[in-house]
Design a protein around this ligand. Structure first.
Ligand code: 5GP
Length: 201
């Protein structure tokens, strides 16, 4: 069995990456989501252990100290990090692991795992991104302004990613993301033993 690959998906807040990923999980059983840890407050509708492993700042700092996170960042005043045990476990099971992380974390993952695939989900326009952020209605005006400015910063790093997916029409974005993953699975480097098996058959 092939060890799974690491797939990093980043997008500014409000680009709809959660919805795109939820749809992807319905059509692609080979991928699994790595639940991150965070010290931010739980939002309505979120579930501990499913959306994130919610913890305190102190608990998060303890995990960093114990080397339990592959990467972490401080985003808008809160810690977010990828748990080593979760990723290793899923990869060993042959799953392609999806990390839904911001750009700084993505760059760190690429350094540590050069084979990882970095995918950036883009909004169709900045105007549409702002409209989606407001429609969500979970954030204050101050947070919306902070997230929009953060979005501009993040978009300026998108050129370092391997692929772009524009989330204009949801079904198209899901199909594009899935196509990238399927193509990556078929890469020569990941299937070199297949050639030998076929030659010897
Ligand atoms: P939110 O608060 O909207 O759930 O997430 C804020 C940002 O943190 C998003 O860009 C999200 O992708 C990112 N994020 C979530 N988990 C992790 C993580 O484990 N590591 C890093 N570096 N970023 C994360």
């Amino acid at each position: 069995m092939n060890k799974g690959m690491l797939i990093v998906v980043s997008a500014p807040s409000g680009c709809g990456k959660d919805t795109v990923l939820a749809e992807l999980f319905k059509i692609n059983e080979g991928v699994a989501y790595s639940v991150s840890a965070t010290s931010r407050a739980m939002r309505e509708g979120e579930i501990d252990g499913v959306s994130y492993h919610f913890c305190t700042k102190e608990q998060f700092e303890k995990m960093i100290e114990n080397n339990e996170v592959i990467e972490y960042t401080n985003y808008c005043g809160n810690y977010y990090g990828t748990l080593k045990a979760t990723v290793n476990d899923l990869m060993e099971k042959g799953k392609d692991v999806i990390l839904k992380i911001e750009v700084e974390g993505a760059m760190n993952v690429k350094k540590m795992y050069p084979d990882s695939v970095l995918i950036f989900i883009l909004p169709p326009s900045m105007k549409e991104l702002e409209r989606r952020l407001r429609k969500r209605g979970t954030e204050t005006e101050e947070v919306i302004a902070q997230r929009l400015s953060q979005a501009r910063n993040e978009l300026s790093c998108a050129s370092k990613y391997d692929y772009f997916v524009v989330n204009g029409e949801l079904s198209k974005a899901v199909e594009d993301l899935n196509t990238i993953i399927l193509a990556q699975r078929m890469k020569r480097e990941r299937n070199i033993q297949l050639l030998d098996e076929i030659i010897e058959s």
